[in-house]
Design a protein around this ligand. Structure first.
Ligand code: KG4
Ligand code: ZN
Length: 338
C-alpha cells in the first residue's frame, strides 16, 4: 500500500513489447513503461520469436525498475503482481511469468495470471474512469479478432472470432506485399489517408447471416491476386489506393458486426480494444455507424490499444478483488482462449 492505496504491478511480454506498469486502487495509472522491440524485428519483416524472448530477458528487469521509479513506488509498497500468461509466443510469455512469480515469491504477495485478451478490454477502464460493465467489446489485434459481450468485470462471453486470419495479421501481410514494411497496420493506416478507398473493389466477407465470426483470408488472397495481375500487366500500383481500399474492406465488416452484436444483445456501448483499434478509419467508421443506432463507442487512446502492461494491472486487480489468485505453478499458455 502507498498513501492508503492498493498498488498493483502489471507485467506484459506476450509478443514484442516488454512492458511494466503500476496502478493504484485498480485503475489509477501511476506509471507505464513499454520497451518496444519493433526496430529489431523490422529488419526481418515480422516478429522473430527467438529474438523476442532474448530481448525480453535483457529488458524485463530494467523495465520493471523504471515502472517502479516512475511511479515512486518501492518493492514493499506493491500489493499484487499481475502478468500475462497467454495467449502469445511461448518463449516470450515465459519471461514475464518467471519475473512475476519471482517478485510475488520474494515479496510474499499474491500473483494473478491475466488472459491477454481480457487485458485488452481493461484498457478502457484506464481511459474512462467511470466505465463499468456491461458493454460489448471489439478486440482486434495481430493474433485475434473477437466480438465479446462483457457482462461484468471478470466475465467475458465470446460471440464471434476469426475463422482464419486476424485483422491485424491481414494488415501486416498486405503491407509487406505492397512494400510498406513492418508493422503493417500503422503503415496502412497512414498510407490510406492519401488514397482512394473506392479505387479497388475488395470484397466484404460477412459469412452466414447473423454470424459474428470473421474471415479475412479470402480478402487477403483477392488482394494478392490483384497485385499479381497488375504487376503482370505492367501497371504501376498505387500503394495508397490499395491501402485505403483494403483497409475499408476490413474495417467496414468489423464495424458492421460489432454494431449488429451490440444491437442484438441490447448493449448501448462498444469498447474498442487491441492494436487494430487504434486504426484511424476504424475509429471513425465505428463512431459514425454506432451513432446511427444510438450506440456509444469508447475508444481508448492508441497507446492503450496496443500492447502495454497497464491494462494487465487493471485486469489483475479486478480478478483479485473477485477472489481469483494464481499459484506458483502458473505457466505460460500460448494458445489460451477466452
Ligand atoms: O494488440 P497488439 O499491439 O498486439 C497483439 O496482441 O497482437 O496488436 C498488434 C497489431 C498488429 O497487427 C498491427 O499491425 C496492428 O495491431 N495495428 C494496427 C494499427 N496499429 C497497430 N492496425 C491498423 N491500424 C493501426 N493504426
Ligand atoms: Zn495484444
Amino acid at each position: 500500500m502507498k498513501d492508503g492505496k492498493f498498488i498493483t504491478l502489471g507485467i506484459e511480454t506476450s509478443c514484442d513489447e516488454t512492458a511494466a506498469a503500476i496502478t493504484a486502487d485498480g485503475r489509477q495509472l501511476l506509471s507505464s513503461v513499454i520497451s518496444s522491440q519493433i526496430n529489431i524485428h523490422t529488419e526481418f519483416g515480422g516478429v522473430v520469436p527467438e529474438i523476442a524472448s532474448r530481448k525480453h530477458l535483457e529488458n524485463i528487469n530494467i523495465t520493471i525498475e523504471k515502472a517502479m521509479k516512475d511511479a515512486d513506488v518501492n518493492p514493499e509498497d506493491i500489493d499484487l503482481v499481475g502478468v500475462t500468461y497467454g495467449p502469445g509466443l511461448v518463449g516470450a510469455l515465459i519471461i514475464g511469468v518467471a519475473a512475476a512469480k519471482s517478485i510475488a515469491y520474494a515479496l510474499d504477495i499474491p500473483l494473478v495470471g491475466v488472459n491477454h485478451m481480457q487485458g485488452h478490454i481493461a484498457a478502457a477502464y484506464l481511459e474512462y474512469p467511470e466505465l463499468e460493465p456491461p458493454f460489448m467489446a471489439l478486440i482486434v489485434s495481430g493474433g485475434h479478432t473477437n466480438i465479446v459481450n462483457v457482462p461484468s468485470y471478470n466475465t467475458c462471453v465470446k460471440l464471434g472470432e476469426t475463422r482464419d486470419d486476424a485483422a491485424g495479421e491481414a494488415f501486416d501481410k498486405i503491407a509487406r506485399v505492397i512494400g510498406l514494411g513492418y508493422p503493417g497496420g500503422p503503415k496502412i493506416d497512414k498510407a490510406a489517408k492519401e488514397g482512394n478507398k473506392e479505387a479497388v473493389a475488395f470484397k466484404r466477407v460477412y459469412l452466414e447471416p447473423g454470424s459474428f465470426d470473421f474471415s479475412f483470408s479470402g480478402l487477403k488472397t483477392q488482394a494478392l491476386n490483384y497485385l499479381n495481375t497488375e504487376k503482370q500487366a505492367g501497371r504501376k500500383i498505387n500503394v495508397c489506393d490499395v491501402a485505403a481500399s483494403f483497409q475499408e474492406a476490413v474495417v467496414e465488416v468489423l464495424a458492421d458486426k460489432a454494431i449488429a452484436a451490440a444491437v442484438k444483445y441490447n448493449q448501448r456501448r462498444i469498447v474498442m480494444a487491441g492494436g487494430v483499434a487504434s486504426n484511424t478509419r476504424l475509429r471513425e467508421l465505428m463512431t459514425v455507424k454506432a451513432a446511427e443506432n444510438g450506440i456509444e463507442v469508447l475508444r481508448p487512446s492508441p497507446v492503450l490499444c496496443t500492447d502495454n502492461a497497464a491494462m494487465m494491472a487493471v485486469s489483475a486487480y479486478y480478478a483479485y478483488m473477485n477472489g481469483e489468485c494464481s499459484d506458483f505453478d502458473l505457466d505460460a499458455d500460448p494458445s489460451l482462449g477466452f
